[in-house]
Design a binder for this molecule. Structure first.
Ligand code: SAM
Length: 209
């Protein structure tokens, strides 16, 4: 089955469960603060891609109530939760592969764990599109799990539903950002306890156009 068909269906099914577990996770807050600090504009316009239940939007709006946030996700159930959790935000069902259809520019683009759902080819277009969508000096935030592309594949959760998870190395993502014209401002690594015995390292990159 096409990963790009099955993955959104799964996110629709597990949206509520994801909200329960991740809505108030605070381990990335310092990196969100750094993103905002680099934007340095209390009235910034922000695009979020793959917003899930609106957890990051909620945090950003709590810190910066004047931000104008437009948040997108491929899953209609995620969009409904995000809207419920952020009555003042603007939410829209858009596939990350189609962001070039957005006709506006932004001071910041937030991409929390969206690139693990994009193939190597699609990431090249994705990074190009984020560059185009950013204002001059705009800030891009990316988080992902660094790994060998050959280890990408379907991951089955406790409900039996599957998502296709793509690994990209930090080196490859950095190379792509630099070749596009971004400057890398931060490279952060956050330890994350996935299950009782499994630990992962989450990589966060913040770049300036
Ligand atoms: C791991 S969650 C991340 C949610 C939130 N950004 C965070 O960091 O907690 C991944 C999100 O990406 C969305 N997603 C997966 N594939 C997508 C695609 N092709 N386009 C847009 N969103 C996608 C899923 O629906 C899900 O909400």
């Amino acid at each position: 089955m096409d990963p790009y068909q099955e993955t959104p269906k799964t996110w629709n099914t597990i949206a509520k469960r994801y909200e329960e577990v991740f809505m108030n996770l605070d381990i990335y807050n310092a990196s969100y603060d750094r993103f905002c600090e680099l934007i340095n504009n209390d009235n910034a316009s922000i695009l979020e891609i793959g917003c899930g239940p609106g957890n990051i939007t909620k945090y950003l709006l709590l810190q910066h109530p004047n931000y104008k946030i437009r948040a997108t996700d491929v899953s209609s159930n995620m969009i409904a939760l995000a809207q419920k959790n952020n009555p003042t935000g603007t939410f829209q069902e858009i596939d990350a592969r189609d962001i070039a259809s957005i006709k506006k520019s932004f001071h910041g683009i937030m991409c929390g764990f969206i690139i693990p759902y994009l193939s190597k080819d699609d990431i090249i277009h994705f990074i190009k599109n984020t560059y185009t969508l950013l204002n001059r000096n705009g800030i891009l935030y990316l988080s992902f799990v660094s790994g060998d592309y050959r280890d990408s594949g379907f991951i089955t959760g406790s409900t039996g539903d599957r998502t296709y998870f793509y690994y990209h190395t930090t080196q490859e993502i950095k190379k792509l950002l630099l070749s596009q014209g971004f400057t890398i401002k931060e490279h952060l690594m956050i330890p994350y306890k996935k299950t009782k015995d499994v630990f992962e390292t989450h990589t966060l990159l913040i770049a300036r156009k």
